[in-house]
Design a protein around this ligand. Structure first.
Ligand SMILES: Nc1ncnc2c1ncn2[C@@H]1O[C@H](COP(=O)(O)OP(=O)(O)OP(=O)(O)O)[C@@H](O)[C@H]1O
Ligand SMILES: [Mg+2]
Length: 345
């Protein structure tokens, strides 16, 4: 079957909530609220009303709004100050409204944050706020300085290897912790990785899933540029190793200051991966339950020419994180023991 024909079929399946979850565009600054199906049918207030509602309900619960610091597909994020303890927090207010506090507590993101905390590399949930009147739910979280995308955006000179290594080590630690708790993230990307000075924490658990849930996972596909081959080529037969692929893409991006596979659509995404890594053996595709696509055999250009100054241990780890076959791909636990991190451990 030709890949583009299969894609048309997949996109027509209404159950794929996030097939249209737009990745960062070529111009990432153009990212705005994206056209995704929400999990309920409540009418969504427009931006102005939502901002006002969020501010009012936060004030009632003892939080002063300082400024807007982020926006994602599903939420607006504000810097707030608690009137109780005087501390600053990030407040993530969901665009989706809900009906009860119980529903708020049952949100996948809330459950995951509770289960994963406390951990040095996981964003901590401080308080969950539900406003009955408006159905608004806000997550009061620890405040970070910026996300990794903001950190590397506009930089001209590469970061010192010690900085790259420090951040990647912490990212692997966060994934090792998540995976050992039986959860995988499914949306590891620079915008969801937050930093404060030398510390790094993984955030945005809205897409995570239990490692015990049986595939096919049809309701969600992570942001395109960071999407592993098994997510692109199968009908939902992927698992926790997809996070390691995404982390590998982030690793490359921190090192080179530009994305590794900036596909403009799913077809182009696969082509970009094959341009660098080459087309996989048929055996990998068969084993992974990939639909039988007839990709013209291609030898990849390799990653090393894209990062000519990359230290050999970093390149070795990068290749292991970007193994096409998820069974061959390194786990977070093994990655932490890689020689690249010898001085970090
Ligand atoms: N704790 C925090 N501290 C500082 N900034 C934050 C924090 N949490 C989120 N942000 C900022 O807000 C942005 C959006 O947050 P988040 O990714 O959690 O929202 P989302 O709606 O789930 O996004 P997505 O589009 O990835 O699904 C982040 O990229 C980040 O820049
Ligand atoms: Mg996000």
């Amino acid at each position: 079957m030709h890949y583009s024909n299969w894609l048309i079929g997949v996109k027509n399946r209404a159950s794929i909530r996030n097939a249209c979850k737009t990745p960062p565009n070529m111009d990432r600054n153009k990212r705005g609220p994206l056209n995704v199906d929400m999990q309920n049918n409540n009418p969504q207030p427009n931006d102005k009303t939502r901002d006002l509602t969020a501010t009012t309900h936060l004030w009632r619960k003892g939080y002063k709004t300082i400024k807007k610091i982020g926006e994602g597909t599903f939420s607006d994020v504000l810097k707030t100050q608690s009137l109780k303890d005087g501390k600053f927090y990030a407040c993530k207010t969901m665009k989706q409204t809900i009906n009860s506090l119980e529903q708020a507590n049952n949100l996948r993101e809330v459950q995951a944050m509770k289960r994963l905390s406390p951990h040095a590399n996981i964003i901590q949930l401080h308080e969950l706020i539900f406003d009955k009147e408006t159905g608004t739910v806000s997550l009061i979280c620890e405040l970070m300085e910026m996300n990794i995308y903001e950190f590397i955006q506009g930089r001209q000179t590469p970061l010192p290897d010690t900085t790259v290594k420090n951040y990647l080590y912490q990212l692997c630690k966060s994934l090792e912790h998540m995976h050992s708790c039986g959860i995988f993230h499914r949306d590891v990307k620079p915008e969801n990785i937050l930093i404060k000075q030398n510390g790094l924490k993984l955030g945005d658990f809205g897409s995570c899933r239990s490692v015990y849930s049986k595939p096919p996972h049809t309701e969600y596909i992570s942001t395109r540029w960071y999407r592993a081959p098994e997510c692109l080529l199968t009908d939902g037969y992927y698992g926790l190793k997809m996070d390691m692929w995404s982390a590998g893409c982030v690793f490359f991006e921190i090192m080179s200051l530009s994305p590794l596979f900036p596909g403009t659509n799913e077809l182009d995404q696969v082509a970009k991966i094959h341009d660098v890594l080459g087309t996989p053996d048929l055996s990998i595709l068969q084993k992974s339950r990939a639909i039988h696509f007839n990709f013209p055999p291609k030898k990849g250009s390799g990653i090393s020419r894209l990062v000519p100054h990359c230290p050999p241990p970093a390149l070795s780890l990068l290749y292991q994180m970007l193994a096409y076959d998820p069974d061959e791909r390194i786990t977070a636990e093994t990655a932490l023991r890689h020689t690249y991190f010898r001085e970090t451990r």
